[in-house]
Design a protein. Structure first.
Length: 303
C-alpha cells in the first residue's frame, strides 16, 4: 500500500473515546486538597479512554507500587468525563487534548486545568476502497468526526491531502460550513466518531480517531494521509491529564503524571496501544496552561 503523509499547520489530536461508564465503585475519592495534599494509600479515580489499553494496567500497577491506589473509569463518549470531573465523581481524567478542554471550559464556564502531558497522536485518513489519496474520485464522500475539535483537525488533514479547500484557509475552528464545495474534490459528511469505522465501507475514505483504528480491523500504517505530530503548532493537540483548578498542585496527582511519563512499562503500553504512532511528551505545565488560556480566548472570540 502506498502511503502519503501530509502535514497540517494545526496538527494533531486524536482524542480518545470510550466504552460505557463503568459501575461507580464506592471506594473513596481523594479529598481534593489543592494545597499539595494527597496521602499514600488513597484511591484516585481517573476517567480514561479504554482501560483495557495496555498502558493502563501497567499504570495502575506502577502507581500501587508507590502507594497510590488508582481506579479507572471508562466512558462511552467525550461528553461525559469532564462533567464527571467537575462534579467530583472523578479526581482526574485523561482522554482529551487542550483544544477539547478549552471548548468544554468556555461552553460550561468551568476551569478544569491540565496538570501534565501524555503525548500527541497523528490523525489518519483510512479507506477500504483505495490505497492512495489520488485514487479517490471527484464527487466521492469522505467522513469526518462530528465533534468540533476533531472535525476541524480532520478537515485540515483533508485540505492538506488535496481533497477539499476551506474558505478560511483552515483553523482549529473550521467546520463543514467552511468547506468550499465548488473548489473541493470530495463531499464531506460528519458522523459520530465511534460509528465511523462501521461506516467505512460506505464512503471513499474516513478520518478515524486513533482509538478506533484497530477496532476497525485496520493498522495505523494503513493511513493514506495524516497530519504531522512534530509540527511546532501542534501544542493545542497535546493529550493531557486534567484536574479541577483547586487540585492543580496536588502532590499525589502530580506523582501519577510523573509515573505515567516515566515508567518504562507504561510507556511501552502506550506505544503498543497507539501502534507506535504516539510521540510521548513531557511538556512543561506552564506551556500547557498558556496554550489552554490562548485557545480559550480564541474560542470566546470565535463565539
Amino acid at each position: 500500500m502506498s502511503r502519503r503523509t501530509t502535514s497540517v499547520i494545526a496538527a494533531l489530536a486524536a482524542v480518545p473515546l470510550f466504552v460505557a461508564l463503568a459501575g461507580c465503585a464506592s471506594s473513596p475519592a481523594s479529598d481534593g486538597s489543592g494545597e499539595g495534599g494527597g496521602a499514600a494509600g488513597e484511591t484516585v479515580r481517573i476517567g480514561v479512554v479504554g482501560k483495557s489499553d495496555p498502558q493502563w494496567p501497567a499504570f495502575v500497577e506502577a502507581a500501587k507500587e508507590e502507594g497510590i491506589d488508582v481506579e479507572l473509569v471508562d466512558f462511552a463518549s467525550y461528553e461525559q468525563p469532564n462533567p464527571a470531573l467537575s462534579a467530583g465523581e472523578l479526581d482526574l481524567n485523561q482522554f482529551q487534548h487542550i483544544v477539547y478542554l478549552a471548548g468544554y471550559n468556555v461552553a460550561s464556564g468551568d476551569d478544569l486545568v491540565p496538570i501534565g502531558s501524555t503525548g500527541i497522536y497523528p490523525l489518519g485518513l483510512y479507506s477500504q476502497k483505495v490505497d492512495d489519496v489520488d485514487e479517490i474520485e471527484k464527487g466521492e464522500t469522505v467522513a469526518v468526526p462530528d465533534d468540533a475539535s476533531n472535525q476541524a483537525r480532520a478537515l485540515l488533514v483533508l485540505q492538506s491531502a488535496g481533497l477539499i479547500e476551506l474558505k478560511s484557509g483552515g483553523t482549529i475552528f473550521s467546520d463543514l460550513a467552511d468547506v468550499d464545495e465548488a473548489k473541493s474534490k470530495v463531499k464531506v459528511t460528519a458522523l459520530e466518531a465511534a460509528l465511523i469505522p462501521n461506516s467505512l465501507p460506505d464512503v471513499a475514505a474516513a478520518i478515524i480517531n486513533n482509538d478506533f483504528v484497530t477496532q476497525a480491523g485496520l493498522k495505523f500504517e494503513d493511513a493514506i494521509a495524516q497530519d504531522d505530530p512534530s509540527d511546532p503548532n501542534a501544542l493545542p493537540y497535546v493529550n493531557i491529564f486534567a484536574a479541577r483548578a483547586e487540585d492543580k498542585d496536588n502532590e499525589t496527582y502530580l506523582a501519577l503524571v510523573d509515573i505515567f511519563q516515566n515508567d518504562p512499562e507504561v510507556q511501552a503500553g502506550l506505544a503498543e496501544a497507539s501502534g507506535n504512532t504516539i510521540v510521548p511528551l513531557k511538556t512543561p505545565i506552564a506551556d500547557l496552561e498558556t496554550s489552554l488560556q490562548k485557545v480559550e480566548k480564541d474560542t470566546q472570540e470565535q463565539g
